[in-house]
Design a protein around this ligand. Structure first.
Ligand code: ACO
Length: 401
């Protein structure tokens, strides 16, 4: 009998790192995180500064090209993104195949993957011009697709992009414009959503970005790679956490019930976790959470609502930050903690929270995909395994089992 485990060991040394907690899969110049200090930089620029002074288009350019654009570069990039916002008319038919009550993330996985069937002329990944067009198409069409997924869910007609509007204003209009009513974009709300997009654009080698890189490493179609990223982002431990965090705040309901939930989160026999707390990399305050908390207050003020969930969130944050369990395990609020309340105030239902995250993260995914393909040492991603199954054995005929 040959012991396959011994064979595996003979094939060479490799690390065993479940969950990739300490293995770098690539070199990248795009995003830097210092989880202990709570620092996040895009191409060297602190996230707080970009959220305060930049906008989604300029930050997308920065992530793709490595430098902030000059005025001319910015104008060219804006017009290229604007040029590509439309989707093929036949693409609409594709949506009607989904069940009426489909989750918009399910629709987006399918619809973005289907772009590969509509845009064949930008998929030669070895041609830099093709790569650029695929990149611009992806950033331009993702708001249109997310808005279509939303409209399909609420049973309203699709709204065409309006290219005289800013990227984020156009998205809000495509979501909230209804027939026979001219939707007027609220600039404060559009600016807050734009900030949310910037905060979510990239976060180095998280699960969905690694998925995009792994899919792309085989030379796969760029739109199919982004669809793979959307599928991965959907999970509640990743992008789905913003939806889960808001549902948890709604379940808690009132500040006086916060203690009960904190107690549950600490109970090892209870699988419950405080959604919106903890992060694989940040063992300090998530710098995006602070910006998000500020944006949350701005939006609530602009729409003139007093959301009782904000009181629940504030109390939960205060109690958790003082509690030994959370302090010892370095569990701080992450970006998802305040984003749900903010997106709700902007008028989005919880089902749209993760699609909005996917919209923003598409910029990072496509920038990482491009960086990977431009790396002269790029190889197909192929993790190893430690085999723990049966040793080699002979087939047993059915009547002898
Ligand atoms: N509530 C209660 N306990 C928690 C929480 C939480 N939110 N997060 C982690 N812990 C505990 C774990 O039970 C574990 O305890 P133990 O050491 O006694 O076993 C310890 O803290 C470490 O947790 P891990 O799951 O091993 O940490 P990991 O780095 O793998 O997980 C994760 C990070 C998935 C984000 C986790 O903190 C979590 O599930 N948080 C809630 C979901 C969430 O908010 N996700 C959003 C992430 S941010 C993003 O994707 C944009």
């Amino acid at each position: 009998v040959i012991d396959i485990r011994t064979l595996t060991k003979k094939t060479g040394k490799f690390t065993f790192d479940p969950g990739f907690t300490s293995t770098a899969s690539c070199e990248s110049k795009i995003t830097f995180i210092d989880g202990n200090e709570g620092v996040l930089l895009y191409r060297g620029y602190p996230i707080e500064q970009l959220a305060e002074h930049s906008d989604s288009i300029e930050t997308a350019y920065l992530l793709l090209h490595g430098e902030l654009p000059t005025a001319d570069e910015c104008t060219d990039f804006r017009s290229s993104i604007t040029y590509h916002t439309m989707v093929h008319e036949h693409f609409k038919q594709f949506f009607y195949g989904f069940r009426r009550d489909a989750h918009p993330m399910a629709v987006m996985c399918g619809a973005v993957g289907a772009l590969s069937a509509f845009y064949h002329d930008s998929t030669d990944i070895h041609d830099p011009k093709h790569r650029e067009v695929a990149t611009h198409r992806m950033i331009a069409k993702i708001p249109t697709i997310a808005a279509m997924a939303y409209k399909y869910m609420v049973g309203q007609p699709f709204v065409h992009p309006r290219n005289d509007l800013h990227y984020t204003e156009n998205f809000l209009r495509m979501c909230f414009s209804v027939p026979a009513e001219d939707y007027e974009v609220n600039k404060t709300l559009a600016a807050a959503l734009d900030k949310i997009f910037i905060l979510h654009m990239d976060h180095e080698q998280n699960a969905s970005t690694s998925t995009v890189r792994l899919a792309g490493s085989s030379g796969a179609n760029p739109f199919a790679c982004i669809a793979a990223g959307i599928a991965c982002l959907w999970g509640p431990s990743h992008g789905g956490a913003n939806e889960a965090a808001l549902r948890m705040l709604m379940e808690i309901g009132t500040p006086d019930r916060v203690g009960e939930y904190v107690k549950r989160a600490k109970d090892k026999d209870d699988p419950f976790r405080l959604m919106g707390f903890g992060h694989r990399v940040y063992k300090n305050y998530d710098p995006r959470a602070k910006v998000m908390q500020k944006a949350c207050h701005e939006v609530l003020e602009a729409v003139g609502i007093q959301d009782p969930l904000l009181d629940v969130a504030t109390k939960l944050e205060k109690i958790a930050l003082e509690d030994d369990y959370f302090v010892e395990k370095k569990l701080y609020p992450n970006i998802d903690f305040y984003s749900g309340i903010t997106l709700r105030a902007l008028g989005f239902p919880t089902e749209m929270f993760t699609p909005l995250f996917a919209l923003a993260r598409t910029v990072g995914w496509i920038a990482q995909w491009q960086e990977m393909l431009e790396d002269p040492n790029q190889k197909i991603g192929r993790p190893r395994q430690i085999y723990t199954g049966a040793a080699k054995r002979d087939y047993v005929p059915l009547d002898a089992r």
